[in-house]
Design a protein around this ligand. Sequence first.
Ligand code: SIN
Length: 314
Amino acid sequence: MAAAVSLATSIAGVSLSSCLYNASGPLCTTAEELDAIGNSEAGAILSKSATLEKRAGNPEPRYFETPWGSINSMGLPNEGFQYYLDYASRAEAFAKPYIMSISGLSHQDNVDMIKALAGQKHIAAIELNLSCPNVPGKPQTGYDFEQSRALLQRVFEHVSLPLGVKLPPYFDLPHFDMMAAVLNDYPLAFVTCVNSIGNGLVIDPESESVVIKPKSGFGGIGGDFIKPTALANVRKFYTLLNKDIAIIGCGGVKSGLDAFEHILCGASAVQIGTQFMREGTTCFSRIARELGEIMQQKGYADITSFQGKLRSLD
Ligand code: SIN
């Protein structure tokens, strides 16, 4: 009989029985959706990014699926900070980490939410979203290195839980160095690479129209198309960041092979977004099974056996 493999991982001392869980975005807005993740094989429950107040988000249609992925301009529809804080005690029933994503509309909102999270024992970690491309008039903080530094400086005066940031994708090599120089100055638990690629445009040539309503059709691109960009970001930050900052891969994961590639580039855990939206919670068990089979074939007993060990040709 083949030896069992373990998909367990740990992020900043928080143990996950599976390295696969949901991306903050699809199907994690309501308590019922979060319960479904809790009842699945996902290794953690990650909430929709909370703003201080409840938000309806952008006008619909605001999500569109294509054969290669998706475009969205949701605009952070969410139930508001208090709702996701209250959910934490309900999440206890699932015996897996509950991670709260926050995305304040201002630095002050982020600081206020971080202060309110101090000492919340049912919350395993905070993912601070620096990269939503969909709120009209609000640039992505992660593309402004000085703003990112200013925000982290304030946040780390108050944070008491493990805190990570969700980054936008970077494309230019000097930008990786510049952002890494900022991130390495703070005791981050993790960085999540990457949010959707903003701002793309999908059109329907038949109707000669855009496919989503907000922002004249512009929105964040997810799915197969973004995997090479996501892998590049995971790899670059894995090599540039302090070794105690874990990398969480996100982007283009729809199979065990995709998750394997993220881990090979250095990811300690892998989030699933577009494919979760498409398939529902069974994606966590299916992708776990596929990843386990690949590991078994290659003789890897656990993810640390191959994590970050990508070979180069030079
Ligand atoms: C959204 O709600 O617009 C998507 C969340 C994100 O991209 O951060």
